[in-house]
Every structure is written in structure tokens, then in C-alpha cells.
Design a protein around this ligand. Structure first.
Ligand SMILES: [Ca+2]
Ligand SMILES: [Ca+2]
Length: 372
């Protein structure tokens, strides 16, 4: 059931005939042989130059749009969804670096769904290509429970450019664990992971990076997965099937049998020829908290709604409401509300404090004093 396809693999023998068989035993054929060698040498040099020309491509979304992904093909949108609604938007509420990220969302409903960005590769990946690709990923608390079948957050493929498509990348299966996988229509459906399974925890940003040297031969390929800059597994098993790879996608690339709504955040999507690695600067910025209700200095009625929101440079992981230093409510997001019944409290001044935490424990607070 893992990304089934109805396509059957078929291998066509290349047409050859004895009339065109190459026999370099006369002058014409010798000249032809020299031309062949020269042509292959030129192609080889061009391929080499092309591979050397590959430089880091990085989308951190600080531009506020998807132009960093759409380079080279403005008609190929970074935003796609099936069946409906907006899929990937620039988000300001969480970011791995800077202040913006991409948020991929799918609505409730049945069906194969996707909400992903698409990189059009500047040159196809093929036998011998040694490439790094990665992304920062934030799975909100509850994501795994809501994920019902399988989910692919990062995938390369040649779908669209070849009917004989093959795919690989990172997927999460219904055991809620992640793998580096390979798949080829009609040929490899064994679902044997190249690396994994491994865990990616919720409620905190992670840096996920993959190195793959592509080869159809077991032992000649390289497959490495890094999570938060730590190598968590590797193999040299065959990782692709000879069809040039033309696209890399990030987000909710595919899922099966999903009815729950889901969303996740992405940042710092990258393609390069060397390891990019996790951002080294630690997060020392505390969340900024505001209490929008009640207003500082106001008199409170019998039923008072306490409403507070927080933002953070990376992400708010928890919020709390305190009344006179007593914890009353918690949430796992960047907003919190609490219905305060003041009937039993004493007359006079009372303090309301809300706290917001980020993943590394920085705490922001906001306090108002109200009167009964
Ligand atoms: Ca960013
Ligand atoms: Ca922070």
C-alpha cells in the first residue's frame, strides 16, 4: 500500500541490426571512430563542468515568497495541493532561521493528498551524482497521532519527465518512524529502507539532511542520513534505477488513506554538493508575549476571558496562565485562553501572568494587574 502504482515495469531491448554494426576495419570507420571518441570526450567534459557548476541552493523564505525555489521555471509552482484549499504558505509564526518559514497544510477529507514545494533541478541527478539535500522540519505536537497511513516529507523523483518513474527520500510509515527509502515502479516494492527507521520528535525544529551518491549497483552507492547534524545511519545499497532525477519536493509530498487535517512547518530547504549542516548559533531569544484581555488596570467582571498570544524566533512550544502565581491553564501552542470565574476571589488587586516557552527553554512573560 506504500505508494502503489498501476504502472508495470517493462524493459525494451534496444533495436540493433547487423547493417549498422560497427566494424572499424576501413579508413571511413577509423575516421568515424575518432569522431566518436572526440564526441564522447566533449560530452564527458560538459557533464563534468555541469556537475562542478552545481552550487548551493537554499530557500529560507525570508523573501516572503517561493522565488528561491522557482528559479529557472516560473510556471512550475512551489505550491500544490490536492484536493482543495491553499497548501503551502509563507509562515511568520515559526522559523528555524530568520523570521519566516513555509507551512504545509492539508484539509480534512479522504484521498491521496499533497502540499509541497517543488525544486526543478538545474541538472538531473544520475549515476555518480553525489548530492546533499535537506530541510529544517517542525512537526507540531499531535502530528504523529493525526497521521494515519504514511507520509513523505522530502522526496526526489522523475515523475512527470518519465513514465518509468522512480523515487527516493524520507518517509514516515504507520509505525510513526522515518526511513530513507527507494522505490521504482513495477520493480522494487520491497520497501526495504536504505537507512532507518529513526525518530523525529514533535514540537521542536529538527535539521534533516541526506547525502546520496546515486548508483544502480549495490556497494557503489552512498546513502547517509543526518538528523540535527548527527549521522544516524548509512548504507551503500543501490538507491536509484537509472532514470535521471529531475525534481526534489519538500513538505507533505504524499500521503495515503488520510482523513485528518495535518500541517507542518519547513525552513531552509537546501540542495548542494557539500554538507550544509545545522545552524550553529544557539537560540537565546525568548518568546514575546502579549495579553490582549483583560487590559492592565481594568476592573474585571464575574466572567473574564484571559487571552494571550506569543511569538518566537524559532517557535513557541508551551504557554501557561497564572493567576496570583497559581498555574491555571497550559497550552502547547502560541496562544492560550482561560475563562476566569472571579466569583470566589477577594476584592482588590490580582495579577495575571502568562508565560511562553520555546524549545530550548527560553521563557517570555507578560503580566497585567486587574481589580475586582
Ligand atoms: Ca526562514
Ligand atoms: Ca527562541
Amino acid at each position: 500500500m506504500f505508494m502503489k502504482t498501476s504502472k508495470k515495469g517493462s524493459v525494451k531491448k534496444s533495436a540493433s541490426s547487423k547493417n549498422t554494426k560497427f566494424r572499424p576495419n576501413n579508413l571511413f570507420d577509423k575516421q568515424r571512430a575518432i569522431l566518436f571518441v572526440a564526441a564522447f570526450a566533449v560530452v564527458g567534459v560538459l557533464v563534468l563542468l555541469r556537475s562542478q557548476a552545481a552550487t548551493l541552493r537554499l530557500a529560507d523564505f525570508e523573501t516572503g515568497d517561493f522565488s528561491q525555489i522557482q528559479s529557472g521555471n516560473p510556471t512550475l509552482q512551489a505550491v500544490n495541493i490536492n484536493p482543495s484549499a491553499s497548501a503551502v504558505v509563507i509562515a511568520n509564526d515559526k522559523a528555524y532561521d530568520g523570521s519566516k518559514s513555509a507551512r504545509a497544510s492539508i484539509p480534512e477529507g479522504v484521498g491521496n493528498k499533497y502540499a509541497r514545494t517543488i525544486w526543478e533541478l538545474t541538472s538531473p541527478w544520475s549515476e555518480g551524482t553525489d548530492i546533499w539535500y535537506g530541510q529544517a522540519i517542525y512537526l507540531p505536537v499531535g502530528f504523529k497521532n493525526a497521521m494515519q497511513s504514511y507520509f513523505v516529507p522530502m522526496r526526489w523523483d522523475n515523475y512527470g519527465s518519465s513514465s518509468n518513474d522512480s523515487r527516493g527520500g524520507i518517509s514516515m510509515w504507520n509505525d510513526k518512524r522515518f526511513r530513507l527509502f527507494r522505490l521504482h515502479a513495477g520493480i522494487d516494492s520491497t520497501e526495504t529502507p536504505l537507512v532507518g527507521p529513526f525518530d523525529i520528535s514533535e514540537g521542536v525544529w529538527h535539521w534533516l539532511e541526506v547525502r546520496q551518491k546515486f548508483s544502480q549497483s549495490d556497494g557503489a552507492a552512498i546513502n547517509e542520513v543526518y538528523l540535527d547534524d548527527v549521522l544516524i545511519g548509512s548504507s551503500t545499497a543501490r538507491n536509484y534505477f537509472g532514470v535521471p532525477i529531475t525534481r526534489l519536493r519538500n513538505g507533505i509530498v504524499a500521503m495515503g488513506d488520510q482523513t485528518n487535517a495535518l500541517d507542518l512547518w519547513l525552513d531552509r530547504l537546501s540542495i548542494g554538493t557539500t554538507k550544509l549542516g545545522q545552524l550553529s548559533a544557539p537560540d537565546t531569544t525568548a518568546p514575546k508575549v502579549t495579553i490582549s484581555s483583560p487590559i492592565n488596570g481594568s476592573s474585571v467582571g464575574r466572567n473574564t476571558n484571559i487571552v494571550s498570544t506569543a511569538t518566537d524566533n524559532i517557535g513557541v512550544t508551551k504557554m501557561e496562565v497564572y493567576i496570583d502565581n497559581n498555574l491555571k491553564s497550559t497550552s502547547s501552542s502560541g496562544s492560550i485562553s482561560y475563562a476566569w470565574n472571579t466569583r470566589k476571589i477577594s476584592r482588590g488587586a490580582h495579577t495575571i501572568t502568562t508565560k511562553a516557552y520555546d524549545a530550548v527553554g527560553n521563557i517570555g512573560t507578560s503580566t497585567v494587574t486587574v481589580y475586582k
